[in-house]
Write a protein that binds this ligand. Structure first.
Ligand code: SF4
Length: 369
């Protein structure tokens, strides 16, 4: 394994001298043309922020994946969210990115402008407090996120149960990352030589969770953090594995990730949620890729407590978010990018979300379209 000497302060992970050394290693080792996918939108933004794409040799291409939970929320689920917001007496609590994402016909922001009570929260603790403060209202928390978010939402449900909080609900739209990665590889639409594993998710699920990549697909995986040296080290490891023909899972984020992950978080998640099929934007229905409340916690399930009629689902004309999320195209391939779709007037979720690939290209990409 290519190692970086022991470091503990954040600027050490941005050290230009060490970055250059890693880049030299990549350039010297890289012979085959490879495309690696960074699953996580946080990685996409870090790659753009530090200009890493431009530093890599032409043999190494990085491609964004589906790792933005807001972006992969399907329109049918967004329509359900907006329909719930329009129910009388309901307070919707959500993380901020969700509010501007357009569904088939509207957004939470538009619903709020028309009178729906939609509140941005910074944690599930805020949502619980709103439920305590408004015992006569139904407070629904939108559970949108990957394995990083789901344990905290599960913990909020356990807290509501312990408190006897009868007006707190969760709409679980949580998604699991390994099945989505598997779906992309199974589809075979985009040729991938390696996966940059999501650092935060893997802190929870553990690096062992990615062993299926080398074992079943002969695809190497480097789990890593969000600083430039983290990402360069992951790329260096994967180039090394490709060139040596020895795919494996390498953890270049040991300051956060353990092979077994965070068992406490995983146990809480599975105590409250059970695995089910889920609908992903771009990927469609993916088996065993979502989390539903277990029957023991059904009384907290907003989908059961508030059945709503949904109109026909409509996709945004011309928006290629689905293809971007599968890694089949890049944002520049979308005819609407920057011309019609901007952060101020987003057409699709990949431009809205702080983790979206289109937002990263718009913010950091030095492109002329
Ligand atoms: Fe969708 Fe806008 Fe991205 Fe095009 S640029 S794929 S319309 S979010």
């Amino acid at each position: 394994m290519l190692t970086i000497p022991g470091m503990k302060y954040i600027d050490e992970f941005r050290d230009p001298v060490l970055a250059r050394k890693l880049l030299v290693k990549v350039r010297e080792r890289s012979r085959q043309s490879v495309r690696f996918m960074e699953f996580c939108g946080g990685h996409t933004h870090a790659i753009f922020r530090y200009g890493l794409r431009q530093l890599l040799p032409p043999t190494v291409e990085l491609r964004s994946g589906p790792g933005c939970p807001v972006c992969v929320t399907a329109n049918v689920d967004l329509d359900r969210v907006i329909a719930l917001a329009n129910q009388p007496g309901v307070i919707i609590t959500t993380f901020g990115d969700m509010i501007r994402v357009p569904g088939s016909h509207s957004s939470l922001q538009a619903a709020k402008a028309e009178g729906a009570d939609v509140r941005i929260v910074y944690s599930t603790l805020d949502a619980l407090q709103i439920a305590r403060d408004h015992p006569d209202r139904a407070v629904i928390f939108l559970g949108v996120g990957f394995e990083t978010t789901a344990p905290t939402v599960a913990a909020s449900i356990l807290a509501a149960e312990a408190e006897g909080l009868g007006n707190f609900y969760v709409l679980s739209l949580h998604k699991l990352t390994p099945p989505a990665t598997r779906a992309i590889l199974d589809a075979g639409e985009v040729r991938l030589a390696g996966i940059i594993g999501p650092g935060h998710v893997t802190t929870v699920i553990g690096s062992q969770a990615w062993q299926f990549l080398p074992r079943e697909y002969a695809v190497p995986c480097a789990v890593t953090g969000f600083e430039p040296l983290d990402i360069l080290q992951a790329v260096a490891e994967m180039v090394d594995m490709v060139e040596s023909g020895q795919p494996a899972v390498v953890n270049t984020y040991p300051r956060s990730v353990r092979p077994e992950g965070n068992r406490t978080a995983v146990d809480v998640m599975h105590r409250v949620f059970e695995v089910r099929e889920a609908e992903w934007r771009g990927l469609g229905r993916v088996p065993a890729s979502g989390l539903a409340l277990r029957p023991a916690y059904a009384r907290f399930d907003a989908a059961l407590a508030f059945p709503v009629e949904l109109g026909p689902v409509r996709e945004h004309s011309g928006c290629r978010c689905g293809d971007v999320l599968r890694g089949v195209v890049e944002p520049l391939d979308c005819p609407l990018f920057r011309r019609v779709c901007t952060p101020a007037h987003p057409i699709g979720p990949c431009m809205v979300s702080a983790e979206g690939a289109c937002a990263a290209w718009y913010k950091y990409g030095d492109v002329d379209v």
